[in-house]
Design a protein around this ligand. Structure first.
Ligand code: ADP
Ligand code: MG
Length: 337
């Protein structure tokens, strides 16, 4: 048998990348989350060839100090949590310190950042530092990821068509935008703008710029609160439905999550108003004490464990049921006002 030895840092990063970075959309998700965590007001996402040629994210957040740039690319290096206590009270979208090293181990990455003063650019390819030097930059971060998976041929082969990969990018950008109506977010693909939100904090307007104003006008606000949870957002009137559940977005403390139980609770709010096999459009924001959520279940953090999930489900169901019942009291023709 071979002797036991520690894996090299780059190999360890590539193994972690296998979990966190499944496809180009995963890169977009991780980098936009970093920009959100940095307190950005404006985030621009520029993608070429469904992200396989390049993904660039430009933000106006807090930036990274020049002498911390290399550290940001080390595994388990993060500015977001400190100790065990923090792990149970995560307020940021990131905390595992895995995204940058993972991405840099399987792509060519140039990151330019400034905290206000002079900026620095760091260039890393396949986990190898090429160089770091001063650069012109305004406050914020500009990261350019090229040739994703160039050294992981198995991953490249597993990717779907360009259209499918692009639609997954658009999908994740939409959901991140729903969770952050106060941030101006744009996405363009090969020079064509696909998404642009105004960043004025108006969720219905964000829904309008993503699903179309005519659809947003057929969605009504919901609200609910109990001792542990606050629920808010917009759901479609029963006349506006889709054949799939993918128009239901659930955001927990600003994080897009996938949760079957809570999706079911939304649908239950409609009672018999939905035909079998039809689903509403919904954007539901959930606010709760981070202590009630374990986000450390899966590397991508899209599955989370919520304490008192049944209670939360009932709160969502009754908030939707009540609002739809109220809607029935308004004479026809006035519902869209
Ligand atoms: P995590 O987000 O889990 O902390 P990452 O590998 O994604 O780990 O990022 C490592 C660190 O780099 C972050 O904790 C943060 O301090 C810094 N960083 C990354 N992206 C940005 C950004 N866009 N703006 C400011 N700081 C950033
Ligand atoms: Mg991160």
């Amino acid at each position: 048998m071979a002797v036991i030895h520690e894996l090299s840092a780059v190999l360890a990063d590539q193994i972690a990348a296998g979990e966190v970075i499944e496809r180009p959309a995963s890169v977009v998700k991780e980098l936009v989350e970093n920009a959100i965590d940095a307190g950005s007001h404006e985030i621009d996402i520029l993608v070429e060839d469904a992200g396989l040629k390049s993904i660039q994210i430009i933000d106006d957040g807090c930036g990274i100090e020049g002498d911390e740039l290399a550290l940001a690319f080390r595994r388990h290096a993060t500015s977001k949590i400190d100790d065990r206590k923090d792990l149970f009270r995560v307020h940021s979208l990131g905390f595992r310190g895995e995204a940058l090293p993972s991405i840099a181990s399987i792509a060519d990455v140039k990151l330019t950042s400034s905290t206000g003063g002079e900026g620095q650019t760091i260039h890393i390819t396949g986990g190898k530092l090429i160089d770091q030097k001063p650069a012109e930059a305004r406050r914020g971060t500009d990261i350019l990821v090229k040739d994703l998976f160039y050294n992981v041929p198995a991953r490249l082969k597993y990717l779907k068509s360009m259209n499918t990969e692009l639609s997954k990018i658009v999908d994740i950008v939409n959901r991140l935008a729903f969770g952050h109506p106060d941030i101006q977010i744009s996405l363009s693909h090969n020079g064509r703008e696909l998404v642009r939100t105004a960043g004025r904090g108006d969720l219905q307007q964000v829904i309008g710029s993503i699903y179309g104003m005519n659809k947003a006008a057929k969605m009504i606000p919901i609200e609910g609160k109990d001792a542990d949870f606050a629920v808010s957002g917009f759901v479609s009137l029963p006349e506006l439905t889709r054949a799939s559940r993918s128009y239901v977005s659930i955001l927990l403390n600003g994080r897009y999550i996938k949760n079957f139980q809570l999706t079911k609770a939304i649908i239950e709010g409609y009672g018999s108003k939905l035909m079998v096999g039809r689903y509403p459009l919904a954007v539901i924001n959930l606010d709760m004490d981070p202590l009630l959520v374990d986000v450390n279940v899966h590397p991508t953090k899209q599955e989370v464990r919520i304490s008192k999930e049944d209670q939360l489900g009932e709160l969502i169901t009754s908030a939707i049921r009540e609002q739809l019942a109220r809607q029935n009291l308004i004479p026809d023709g006035l519902t869209n006002l």
